[in-house]
Design a protein around this ligand. Structure first.
Ligand SMILES: CC(C)[C@H](C(=O)O)[C@@H](O)C(=O)O
Ligand code: SF4
Length: 468
């Protein structure tokens, strides 16, 4: 019997395997951010231990930084303290850090791929659940907690129970105007927020192959919202072309050698998965979440469902509670929901392709004066690229400022947050109660839908915006 891509990577990184014990796997790349790392460093310090491979470790600041002006005083003392501590920890342990004003700074899951740190066949970890994003490159990438961060810092290895394999095959092609974000919302609605539990999900099929690298990252990013440990797409020509010439990717004949190695990372035809799901890609439509989990979404334009349409009592009461929090009624049309805020950004949808999609909708249009818009690139490099392409002009003419990079309003641990009762169409990945600010309401959408909604003031499919 053949092997899955995930098992091939795992087997390649086995340091120790013993009956009744977790495997010990080698970690090729370790990304760090300012949240979730202080205790790990503190423990190393107390034990007098060094970081084993600082050269395979990279830090960035993403969660706590302001996004309007990187030079101003911060108004978030807890966040500022975390940033200062991260600077001290990285300096003391010899780890490169892209701090507040560094031009290479950005969200960990955005800068890894753009710097070419994320390469097929690797294992990659970060103290963050959305580390699954890197799986788009055929990398076994997963989030770890603080004590695991400490273990990896000290040993460059991790004791782990092998993940189970799940395959999601998406047949056909996505229709024009339908994005990777809509596809992953559909998949999560289909399998539920724990449908992938304990598994690594490998995405296959024509619709996945025809996604850009950015789209594949969006898909793998939200695997975690389906309960999975990681997401994966096998590397192909598109992966190779994306990585060619990136700062940490070898060039010349060494590149060709790498490529040959990368190509070995695919699931064998006779490999068997623990779980299989098939989705018809051509039937997917732009989607919008109406509730407080990423699984509670419908095609945009359809009605908010009635709680009784769910078949388990738990799901019925979850839907009831979600409707109450979201201040919606069953039967409300999702394309008539008025919003007063838009957030475009995050490690789900803060890449250049996402900003281009937004500019395409806004070109020649203005954002509604009743709507507040946060447009936040995933990295400073994405921001520079947007400026180089003149997208900032399009944004300015629409009435929107292009901010600096960071997690921003995705998570509201920083200075960017919604006020209680505000309702936002957002491109991030989580819509839990209070996610974007206490009492704030989040509707998960694609960048194109967020952009169109900014113009009309209600949740809008860009296809319909032309009629207004
Ligand atoms: C703060 C961080 C640890 C957290 C995560 O692990 O995902 C955050 O990035 C999030 O998206 O909720
Ligand atoms: S952008 Fe959001 S989801 Fe991504 S790492 Fe930051 S807080 Fe987490």
């Amino acid at each position: 019997m053949g092997n899955t891509l995930a098992d091939k990577i795992w087997n390649n990184h086995l340091v120790r395997e013993a009956d009744g014990e977790p495997d010990v796997v080698y970690i090729d790349m370790h990304l760090l951010h300012e949240v979730n790392t202080p205790v790990a460093f503190e423990n190393l310090r107390t034990q007098g231990r060094a970081v084993r491979r600082p050269d395979l470790t990279l830090g960035t600041i993403d969660h706590q930084n302001p996004t309007d002006d990187l030079l101003r005083e911060m108004t978030n003392p807890a966040g500022e303290a975390q940033i200062t501590l991260m600077e001290r920890n990285c300096r003391e342990f010899g780890i490169e850090l892209y701090s507040l004003r560094d031009p290479q700074r950005g969200i960990a899951h955005v800068i890894g791929p753009e710097l070419g740190l994320t390469q097929p066949g690797m294992t990659l970890v970060c103290c963050d659940s959305h580390t699954s994003t890197h799986g788009a490159f055929g990398v076994l990438a997963f989030g770890i907690g603080t004590s695991q961060v400490e273990h990896v810092l000290a040993t460059q290895t991790l004791p782990m129970v092998r993940m189970k394999n799940m395959r999601v095959t998406v047949d056909g092609r996505l229709q024009p105007g339908v994005t990777a974000k809509d596809l992953i919302l559909e998949i999560i609605a289909h399998i539920g927020t724990s449908g992938g539990q304990g598994h690594v999900i490998e995405y296959q099929g024509e619709a996945v192959r025809s996604l850009s690298m950015e789209g594949r990252m969006t898909l793998c990013n939200m695997s975690i919202e389906a309960g999975a440990r990681a997401g994966l797409v096998a590397p192909d020509e598109m992966t190779i072309e994306y990585l060619r010439g990136r700062p940490h990717v070898p060039s010349g004949p060494a590149f060709d050698e790498e490529v040959e190695y990368w190509r070995t990372f695919r699931t064998d035809d006779d490999a068997v998965f623990h779980k299989e799901v098939r989705i018809n890609g051509s039937a997917v439509r732009p989607r919008v979440s109406w509730g407080t989990t990423p699984a509670q979404s419908v095609p945009l334009g359809e009605a908010v469902p009635t709680p009784n349409s769910y078949n388990s009592p738990v799901a019925v009461s979850a839907a009831e509670r979600a409707l109450q929090y979201m201040d919606l009624q069953p039967g409300d049309r999702t394309d008539e929901i008025m919003i007063d805020s838009i957030f475009i950004g995050s490690c789900t949808n803060g890449r250049i392709e996402d900003l281009r999609a937004v500019a395409d909708v806004w070109r020649g249009r203005k954002v509604s004066p009743t709507v507040q818009v946060y447009l936040v690139p995933g990295s400073e490099a994405v921001r520079r690229q947007a400026v180089e392409e003149g997208l900032d002009q399009v944004f300015a003419e629409a009435g929107v400022e292009l901010r600096h990079s960071g997690c921003s309003m995705c998570v509201a641990v920083n200075e960017d947050r919604l006020r209680p009762g505000q309702r936002s169409a957002s491109t991030n990945n989580r819509n839990f109660e209070g996610r974007q600010g206490q009492g704030a309401r989040t509707h998960l959408v694609s960048p194109a839908v967020a952009a169109a909604s900014a113009v009309t003031g209600r949740i809008t499919d860009p296809i319909n915006i032309k009629d207004q």
